[in-house]
Ligand binder design. Structure first.
Ligand code: TEU
Ligand code: CA
Length: 555
């Protein structure tokens, strides 16, 4: 059945780094409102807003201390209501981040919970010490163990992420009731749905020791457990089904089978998920150990997931990942061409595409030269841990350069002027010096720019049902080529609607021979390509269109 979000193109805003309206160096909601016309012009119709709730900011807002309030850094609830209303005027809906695996340790529930006799004690996962140490051997996403001892009771609480992010206890039914109320609070404001943070980790089946692993010891006890599936079904039944909205779950370490279960319409859990497999094809086991990017491995993973799920979220970037052009493309000589190729990939797959702020202008990884310039809690924890493991400083720094989440978090590059036009004050995180070359201003009126290409691709997708809902079929996946087809099988009555588009992507700086016929619908090299000669240019992306019911092709 057709769903409205199947026609959506989503734009993710990381509010801190998007646009600062008052010169304090931190992006804010009025800054977003001022840029809504820019987003409308781009052609998107949904915004996923990373957290703007009240937060002590230990993990840039992913540590929430009040789910019903806006952090003063970002503005007020009146600003938030204005954002929802102003976006609506432009036919754009807002999707909020729902971070419910954990809260901040400064959330009122957790403050109360520190008292063993409090009715809130059981909102979190408290356990006594074992053999003079933590209750089990589990390790955290951000390095180190995931238990913190609280002096008040002498007991430990569980935190899968930072110490300041205690995990909620979903064995306590009251916790779920609280979450339902929070969801209703936001849905009543007319938002379009939720991006559910690490949602497949929320239910812990048991707290026994885990099998020893290099990372995430204990994860077999909390990744995609039956308890989580049950919670998701309850949230759907009791809350979400009463609103016109959708959910996208951030689901770490999911297999295609788990992904199918989580998104199966009949099960009624999530509408789509962010899977990670394609983002892990350039790493060895842990993201900090990078392996060379292989287009074939990447393409195979994408194809597997295209075929595995009825519908899914599509993404190449977000606030946790390095920039795609620096990672899967070439941010030097082929910067513009490779960014356009990645755009083509993102917007011609089956599913709902998510564009991360700055991706549409080809923003690159950071240009920092030392650890002091980084802010991310994860980067600093891992850097310290790597030091303890005696990994040499030069290698540690290389790990940061390739993998740190701050690569995605440098301020949005609006202009070539001071601080890239992001703020009039001092930006919270350094602006990339390449803003003089890479910025919205210089691309917005240039028909050959990456930004213009995004606009074209978004409009093309909107005008061609085959690009949205057509079936996916991989044709070729080699060390430089990814070729696939999208096909719409029309009703027998609508004879001309059998339509097929072949997408050809050359992931290399050399010409490449690739088979295909039909009319050139679009080339990332622009209008000079009207007929296809069987040769793709370096990093070229090409769309060929053929209609099956058309009579014999012209000779
Ligand atoms: O991320 C969860 C997650 O597993 C990773 O992508 C994470 O960024 C980390 O790098 C794993 O090594 C989500 C949010 O997107 C992230 O920003 C938060 O820090 C995290 O959850 C905790 O809320
Ligand atoms: Ca501000």
């Amino acid at each position: 059945m057709e769903k409205w979000w199947h026609d959506a193109v989503v734009y993710q805003i990381y509010p801190r780094s998007f646009a600062d309206s008052n010169g304090d160096g931190i992006g804010d909601i009025p800054g977003i409102i001022a840029r809504l016309d820019y987003l409308k012009n781009l052609g998107i119709n949904l915004i996923w807003l990373s957290p703007v709730y009240r937060s002590p900011d230990a993990d840039n807002g992913y540590d929430i201390s009040d789910y019903r309030d806006i952090d003063p850094r970002y503005g007020t609830m009146a600003d938030m209501d204005a954002l929802i209303a102003e976006a609506k005027k432009r036919d754009i809906r807002i999707v909020m981040d729902l971070v419910i695996n954990h809260t901040s340790d400064e959330h009122e529930w957790f403050r109360q919970s520190r008292d063993p006799k409090s009715p809130y004690r059981d909102y979190y996962i408290w356990r006594p010490e074992k053999n003079g140490g933590p209750p089990n051997n589990w390790t955290s996403f951000f390095g180190g163990d995931c238990w913190k001892k609280d002096e008040r009771s002498g007991e430990y609480y569980l935190h899968l992420f930072a110490e300041k992010q205690p995990d909620l206890n979903y064995d306590n039914p009251r916790v779920l009731e609280e979450i339902k109320d929070i969801m209703r609070f936001w849905l009543d404001k007319g938002i379009g749905g939720f991006r559910c943070d690490v949602i497949n980790l929320i239910h812990k089946t048991s707290l026994v020791d885990g099998k020893k692993r290099l990372v995430l010891t204990g994860s077999e006890h909390y990744i995609s457990q039956e308890g989580t599936h049950e919670i998701l079904r309850t949230l759907r039944k009791d809350v979400l089904s009463h609103y016109d909205c959708f959910t996208v779950g951030e689901t770490v370490f999911v297999t295609p089978q788990m992904g199918r279960d989580l998104t199966d319409e009949k099960r009624g859990e999530l509408d789509m998920i962010f899977s990670f497999e394609h983002m892990e094809t350039d790493q060895f086991f842990v993201k900090w150990f990078r392996r060379k990017f292989s287009p074939a491995r990447f393409a195979r993973s994408i194809a597997t997931w295209q075929n595995a799920l009825e519908w899914n979220a599509l993404y190449l970037e977000n606030h946790d990942q390095p920039r795609s052009v620096s990672r899967f493309g070439n941010d030097g000589m082929w910067w513009s061409q490779s960014a356009k190729l990645l755009c083509t990939l993102l917007l011609t797959l089956r599913g709902t595409p998510f564009i991360y702020q700055g991706e549409e202008i080809g923003m690159t990884n950071f240009d920092f030269t030392s650890m002091e310039q980084l802010q991310d809690v994860e980067s600093h924890n891992i850097y310290r841990m790597a030091k303890k493991l005696c990994i040499p400083a030069s290698y540690r720094w290389k790990m940061m350069q390739r993998t740190s989440r701050d690569n995605a978090r440098t301020p949005m590059q609006w202009t070539a002027k001071a601080h890239a036009g992001f703020t009039t004050g001092t930006p919270w995180l350094g602006v990339n010096a390449n803003h003089q070359r890479i910025n919205v201003d210089s691309q917005k009126d240039d028909s050959q720019s990456i930004l213009s290409y995004y606009r074209t691709m978004i409009a093309l997708r909107a005008s061609l049902p085959v690009l949205r809902t057509g079936s996916f079929h991989a044709v070729k996946m080699t060390k430089s080529l990814f070729i696939y087809e999208r096909q719409l099988s029309g009703q027998p009555s609508e004879q001309s609607s059998d339509e097929k588009i072949r997408v050809l992507l050359n992931f290399s700086p050399r010409n490449a021979k690739a088979e295909g016929n039909g009319d050139v619908l679009l080339s990332s090299y622009g209008n000079q390509r009207t007929t296809y000669d069987g040769i793709l240019r370096p990093w070229e992306a090409l769309l060929l269109r053929s209609s099956e019911t058309e009579p014999e092709k012209k000779r």
